[in-house]
Design a protein around this ligand. Structure first.
Ligand code: SAM
Length: 234
């Protein structure tokens, strides 16, 4: 179960209404039972259920069961698409170990707005689902052009573009394996000529093909993360 509260030996952890409903209503747990907790910072802890009510509850941390496992320093940049597909991208990125998820607005971005809190909740659920101890941060929507204006010097960019041939990732992996990385996936309409020019000019950019077929953005995000993991992940 994900909680915001700090975790540590003997630490009391209060539960809010939603968490109490889930544990005691849905999961039918009760005082005397035990539950595993994580908060994205302190690893995983086994906790005793000390109080169980309809609207609240109290847990007491007993022992640490996992240390915090940080994913590689990988960002996923993607242009939001339809709601369900955007949810899918965030969920899969969290499962596959992205450290940070950055929705970006490009010239042809389909959606001008995101619900950051909703996407963050999907990232939490995905981390819960795969037994992770870390939850990637989901950023507010920001302009790709602005992000590129302030692009961090050492961070390499896997720029996924259909119509490209070859895979610059394998080459880059050889001498940039210790660098932090980011993956960029475009919107349904792809990138504009001006954006392509800009991305090709960025010294940290490595243009990558995901194969001869044009993939939907959500498929492309999963394929790109898999390729990256294979070449550079741990
Ligand atoms: N502009 C394209 C069109 O309308 O024909 C489609 C864009 S595609 C649906 C969405 C994004 O997925 C692209 O901007 C790119 O980042 C990524 N993508 C899809 N297929 C790809 C491929 N074969 N190689 C590299 N990137 C791909």
């Amino acid at each position: 179960l994900y909680v915001e509260h700090p975790l540590g030996a003997g630490q009391s952890v209060p539960l809010d209404r939603g968490q109490a409903h889930y544990l005691f209503g849905v999961m039918r747990m009760a005082v005397g039972g035990q539950v595993k907790l994580f908060n994205g910072r302190d690893g995983e802890w086994l906790a005793d259920i000390a109080q169980a009510g309809k609207r609240a509850g109290l847990l007491t941390c007993v022992e640490q069961t996992k240390l915090l496992q940080m994913p590689p320093d990988l960002w996923l940049l993607f242009a939001p698409i339809k709601k369900a597909r955007t949810d899918f991208i965030v969920e899969k990125a969290a499962e596959m170990g992205a450290a940070r998820i950055l929705p970006v607005q490009t010239e042809f971005t389909n959606s001008e707005r995101i619900r950051r809190d909703r996407l963050q909740a999907h990232a939490v659920e995905a981390a819960e689902q795969c037994g992770g101890t870390y939850v990637p941060q989901v950023d507010e929507l920001q302009k790709l052009s602005r992000l590129l204006d302030h692009w961090p010097e050492g961070r390499q960019l896997m720029f996924c573009d259909e119509g490209e041939v070859g895979n610059a990732l394998a080459l880059a992996a050889a001498d940039k394996s210790d660098a932090p990385w980011a993956i960029l996936i475009g919107p349904e309409g792809g990138f504009s000529d001006a954006e392509r020019k800009r991305l090709h000019a960025l010294p940290q950019s490595h243009v990558v093909s995901l194969g001869p077929r044009i993939l939907r953005a959500d498929t492309a995000a999963v394929a790109a993360m898999t390729l990256w993991q294979q070449a550079l992940g741990d």
